[in-house]
Design a protein around this ligand. Structure first.
Ligand code: AHR
Length: 503
């Protein structure tokens, strides 16, 4: 048994728990929209064709914002194709995913779905094949009450009230050579700045996100952020970051330590944004929108788009089946995001349904929760109030990809109104259990309300539609709180939530 400790102090606060940390992402990709969200023949479908079982699962997941409609898809998207009478909407080639987009679902349907699911829509504009004017048209269509060509089109299409979308992404991953309309940092920075400036002429208080790098491994990472933020600093609020992790060549130890990379990535983006701030003698800070993060086995066959003359509608794409280790990593990435709550002001688990997703569906049939659903849902439900600084003392082991890594990672939140202190912890050791001691300074006489651990002797177990419940976060009977010391045992390859309460 390894020994580790975590110390928290009621006075040492990083910042508030932000609901927007628990965002997600819906892209017109594979079966995310069609047969995922939208499946008119499904027994639970509503008048718009949206699946009620999926809406229920989204609510249970506790998602806050949902980014839409892409992703790579948005860089070739004509938003006008998706409005008005369905019979007149054109089918188009989607170059990003070598598919056919039927445009059955567009902005109006998505906003109606978002209202039903109780989530905030976060809209991306196309700065790949399009530019300022199309972004302005979409903003006018969505947010102007009426009396103009586009706002009256929205009303004629059945949406009397404005969609009132506050968060807007200025394109997607334009640093990536795979992106339709890929640009240099300077080209993108200028376009993003001019688009943002014009959008603010319509609505000054929008929250605008400039594209950062599509990964910290990009050759332009760092310099891209510096150039883009130098161009856009005064007109954007956030800069995006995207990261996907997977187990490579059976190297579980490195995979479990993926959050080390996410920590470095966030720190580097923040440092670059602050360097631009200093150079510009600005007072305002730019924050991070980590609007794509997850485990993704991008090299596997299920992520390979169709080729040649095959341009299917809603093909099976990126349908990763997640195991217990994947869920532990997803939980640990959320720990990293929460730890940076002072600078990460929004995040989106990519994606929501079927496509690298916590929720899976059969067309016309069953829906189920993947393993990754559980740490997300529990963190979204129970992280509240303030994020506390955690001092972690844990044995260190070597990993091939990330060097020496402490076996335990953790974050704690405290909600003064309820007296709830919640610890989220992972054991990243592949073979050794950890006896964890929590020293909660300034929290006398805590009692354990609930201790749940996600682990399994076989960490490769995955949920299926036939069995999505035999491995769930289970009560951890080792959790105790005496004499102001809290103890809990963490099995190898595990994620744990420990809820404590003041008297
Ligand atoms: O989420 C899948 C894809 O990953 C998105 O379309 C793109 O933005 C990223 O590369």
């Amino acid at each position: 048994m390894l020994l580790a400790s975590v110390t928290v102090d009621r006075a040492f606060v990083v910042g508030p728990v932000r609901r927007r940390t628990f965002g997600s992402f819906v892209e017109h990709l594979g079966r995310c929209v069609y047969t995922g969200l939208h499946d008119p023949g499904h027994p639970t479908a509503d008048a718009d064709g949206f699946r009620g079982d999926v809406v229920d699962l989204v609510r249970e997941l506790g998602v806050s914002t949902v980014r839409y409609p892409g992703g790579n898809f948005v860089s070739g998207y004509r938003w006008e194709d998706g409005i008005g009478p369905r019979a007149q909407r054109p089918a188009r080639l989607d170059l990003a995913w070598h598919s056919t987009e039927p445009n059955t679902v567009g902005v109006d349907e998505f906003v109606r779905w978002a209202r039903k699911a109780g989530v905030e829509p976060m809209m991306a504009v196309n700065l790949g094949t399009r530019g300022i004017q199309e972004a302005l048209d979409l903003l006018e269509y969505c947010n102007i009450r009426g009396g103009t060509a586009w706002s009256d089109r929205r009303r004629a299409n059945g949406a009397e009230e404005p969609h009132d979308i506050r968060m807007w992404c200025l394109g997607n991953e334009l640093d990536g050579p795979w992106q339709t309309g890929h640009k240099t940092a300077h080209e993108y920075g200028r376009l993003a700045a001019e688009t943002a400036r014009a959008m603010r002429q319509i609505q000054p208080d929008l929250e605008l996100v400039a594209c950062g790098s599509s990964g910290s491994g990009m050759p332009t990472f760092g310099e891209w952020e510096r150039v883009v933020l130098t161009e856009t600093y005064d007109v954007v609020d956030l800069v995006s970051a995207h990261a996907y992790y997977c187990e490579e060549d059976g190297d579980l130890a490195s995979f479990l330590a993926s959050a080390v990379d996410m920590d470095h990535f966030i720190d580097a983006v923040v440092a670059t944004a602050d360097a631009v701030r200093a150079a510009r003698k600005a007072t305002r800070r730019i924050h991070v929108s980590f609007d794509e993060w997850n485990v993704w086995y991008a090299g596997r066959a299920e992520s390979r788009p169709p080729t040649g003359d095959d341009w299917p509608v809603a093909p099976t794409l990126l349908e990763d089946r997640y195991n217990v280790a994947d869920a532990v990593v997803a939980g640990s990435l959320l720990i990293s995001l929460l730890r940076h709550t002072d600078r990460v002001h929004a995040a989106s688990l990519a994606q929501l349904v079927n496509v690298i997703a916590p929720i899976m569906t059969e067309p016309g049939g069953r829906s189920w929760r993947q393993t990754t659903f559980h740490p997300f849902a529990l963190t979204a439900r129970h992280a509240a109030g303030e994020v506390l600084l955690t001092a972690i003392d844990a044995p260190v082991h070597d990993t091939t990809r990330f060097g020496p890594v402490p076996a335990v990672d953790a974050v704690a939140t405290y909600e003064p109104s309820t007296g709830d202190l919640v610890l989220f912890a992972v054991n990243r050791s592949v073979s050794r259990p950890v006896a964890l001691t929590l020293h909660p300074r300034g929290f006398p006489r805590l009692r354990v309300v609930e201790a749940l651990t996600l682990s399994n002797p076989d960490h490769t177990w995955s949920a299926t539609p036939d069995d999505a419940t035999s491995v769930l976060p289970h009560p951890n009977p080792s959790a105790t709180a005496d004499d102001d010391t809290v103890r809990v045992d963490l099995p190898p390859v595990s994620w744990t939530m420990l809820r404590l309460r003041l008297p």
